[in-house]
Design a protein around this ligand. Structure first.
Ligand code: HEC
Ligand code: HEC
Ligand code: HEC
Ligand code: HEC
Ligand code: HEC
Ligand code: HEC
Length: 424
């Protein structure tokens, strides 16, 4: 059978080759727009004003290609909307007036391919129901952490069961000994029940002492640690709604994460960039962790109250006061942690340390922020070592790479586990 197939194939080798080529070539020669790339571009450049399904500062982009007479003009619009408006295009000018003459940002740096990628992404999203799907899937969602906990519980239970079984067996053993002794007429002492046996008692006290000591020390170290801490915030502000469903880039609000030590909480005027226009909430139903229903529109009204904005009049009518968000993450003062070093130089995703924020209505602390947590990651994570001036002083490591003694460099190897790097 195989032989026959292979003979057939050999005979028709050339025609098979041509057939394959004729299938593959048309696909490879035309570079298809890449919606995945488009999604990333959309999130960084457009999501602050546009949503595929909903009107934000700018129009909903679903079906946008059908609204424009040709793609060239659409490209020109996205590169520089002012130039299209200046050319007197009727549709563009009407749209501009409809949006209260809000100027769209110009994007001269986007290439035509970039824009096609974005449009391909928009087209892809059109098919999804509004709000039905959330954005970025988290690479390491809760699962891993939970698994760790479950395992230790499991081991604990197994140990306990084994200990009980051992006790019972020992008891049976001494009973049998006695029976055997009785049968042979050798007098043996009555077996001591285990709770009276001094050796057992000493053992149990020792174990209790060790467990107690361990728990006390753990408790003391963990003082001030607050994994899963999820305080109630003054406004029910949902990350799932903003960063998830509406795909607003984290850095739009937490710009500091890229530029400085602190990620920073956005000020109210950043909220008002959008909420001057977005007065109502019409997304999926919101509930607190306790299951209490939340009225999103009323929460937006709270924001207006804080900033002193009158949505009817469309202007600020009284002086604002700051929203007092409750801080969730808190490293002790003796620890130095820098966001930009991790996000920019270390290229770590927010989600690695903060969990699936885009799925959380209310943020909770995902990692325990313990020293072990920092160190473990520094031991296993590789740094971008080659062609990086920052690391040019590590001549020995560079030499080792050249000599193929090592193939990558971890944070630990450049000193990421030295006490003074993290401690003041
Ligand atoms: C600062 C806010 C802002 C940003 C950022 C922005 N836009 Fe816009 N966009 C608008 C506004 C407002 C309009 C409506 C027309 C106007 O007022 O200029 C608009 C209109 C459009 C239109 C025409 C929509 C229609 O219904 O015909 C397209 C297409 C568009 N934007 C694409 C994009 C893309 C792609 C990006 C990202 C690369 C982007 N926009 C970024 C504000 C923005
Ligand atoms: C539209 C603005 C906005 C966007 C976008 C946004 N956040 Fe936030 N973030 C906030 C506000 C406001 C708070 C404070 C209230 C709270 O804790 O929920 C906050 C709090 C946080 C906190 C807890 C801070 C603390 O108190 O310790 C983390 C962590 C966080 N954001 C991460 C992210 C990540 C990761 C993303 C992107 C996936 C993101 N945020 C996107 C506005 C935003
Ligand atoms: C880039 C635009 C944008 C920014 C910035 C923004 N929002 Fe929103 N906000 C939205 C959108 C979009 C919705 C969803 C509207 C809908 O689905 O009907 C929303 C919904 C809400 C809601 C109702 C749902 C919920 O999360 O409870 C509240 C409250 C809210 N925003 C508060 C805030 C606060 C506070 C800030 C500033 C820290 C802020 N928003 C910043 C776009 C924004
Ligand atoms: C390597 C782990 C790590 C990464 C990656 C990371 N964070 Fe953090 N983040 C932390 C730690 C640790 C704290 C607590 C800092 C403190 O208490 O001084 C924190 C605190 C915060 C806070 C509270 C305000 C502040 O600055 O202390 C916000 C908001 C936040 N992170 C947002 C983000 C965003 C957005 C990203 C992605 C752009 C991100 N983080 C990436 C570990 C990380
Ligand atoms: C998810 C992985 C991860 C976690 C968790 C993490 N780091 Fe890092 N850290 C990195 C990476 C990657 C770098 C290398 C950045 C670079 O190339 O400069 C780094 C670098 C550093 C540096 C600079 C080291 C040097 O040699 O210059 C300090 C300081 C630091 N981290 C502190 C902390 C502290 C404190 C914590 C815990 C609160 C922490 N990190 C948690 C990944 C992590
Ligand atoms: C990668 C960063 C990092 C490095 C390197 C590091 N630490 Fe820490 N250390 C931390 C963090 C984060 C905490 C806070 C833990 C907490 O709050 O539970 C901490 C806490 C401590 C504490 C207080 C007790 C405790 O566990 O909370 C001591 C003592 C300490 N470190 C000593 C050291 C010594 C000694 C070294 C060098 C061998 C060292 N650390 C290196 C991050 C680091």
């Amino acid at each position: 059978m195989y032989r026959r197939v292979s003979i057939l194939l050999r005979k028709h080798f050339v025609s098979v080759l041509i057939l394959c080529a004729s299938i593959v070539i048309p696909f490879s020669s035309v570079k298809a727009a890449d919606p995945a790339k488009g999604k990333a571009l959309f999130q960084t450049n457009c999501a602050s004003c546009h949503n595929v399904h909903k009107k934000l500062t700018g129009p909903a982009l679903a079906g946008v290609e059908d609204r424009w007479p040709d793609k060239k003009l659409l490209h020109q619009w996205i590169h520089n909307s002012a130039s299209v408006l200046a050319s007197g295009d009727k549709y563009a000018n009407e749209l501009f007036n409809q949006y209260n003459k809000t100027a769209m940002t110009a994007f001269p740096s986007l290439s035509n391919e970039d824009i096609d990628d974005i449009l391909a992404y928009v087209k892809n999203e059109e098919k999804n129901t509004p709000g039905g799907k959330t954005a970025v899937a988290d690479p390491n969602a809760n699962e891993t952490a939970d698994k760790g906990n479950d395992n230790s519980l499991l081991f604990g239970i197994i140990t306990l069961i084994l200990a009980v079984v051992a006790l019972i067996l020992m008891q049976i053993n001494s009973n049998l000994n006695k029976l055997a002794g009785d049968k042979e007429g050798v007098p043996t002492a009555d077996p001591v029940p285990f709770y009276k046996n001094k050796a057992y008692l000493a053992l149990i006290i020792l174990v209790l002492f060790m467990v107690g000591g361990y728990l006390t020390i753990q408790g003391a170290i963990g003082l001030g640690r607050q994994k899963d801490y999820m305080p109630e915030q003054p406004i029910f502000y949902s990350h799932k709604v903003h960063a998830g469903i509406n795909q607003i880039n984290c850095l739009y609000c937490h710009a500091g994460a890229e530029k400085s030590k602190h990620a920073m909480i956005p000020s109210e005027n950043i909220c008002m960039n959008c909420h001057k226009a977005i007065k109502e909430y019409s997304g999926p139903e919101l509930t607190t962790a306790e299951g209490k229903k939340i009225d999103g529109t009323a929460e937006i009204a709270k924001l207006y109250d804080y900033v002193g904005w009158d949505p009817e009049a469309g202007k600020y009518t009284k002086p604002g006061r700051p929203i007092e968000w409750t801080k969730i993450h808190n490293l002790p003062d003796h620890v130095y942690f820098n966001h930009s070093q991790h996000v920019v130089a270390g290229q770590q995703q927010c989600q690695t340390c903060h969990g699936a924020i885009t799925e959380m209505d209310e943020v909770h602390q995902f990692s325990d922020l313990s020293m072990g947590w920092c160190i473990n990651c520094h031991r296993t994570t590789k740094v971008q070592f080659a062609d990086n001036n920052y690391y040019s002083i590590f001549e020995k490591l560079h030499q080792d790479i050249k000599d193929k003694k090592i193939d990558s460099v971890t944070v630990e190897m450049v000193g990421g586990t030295e006490c003074q790097k993290c401690h003041y």
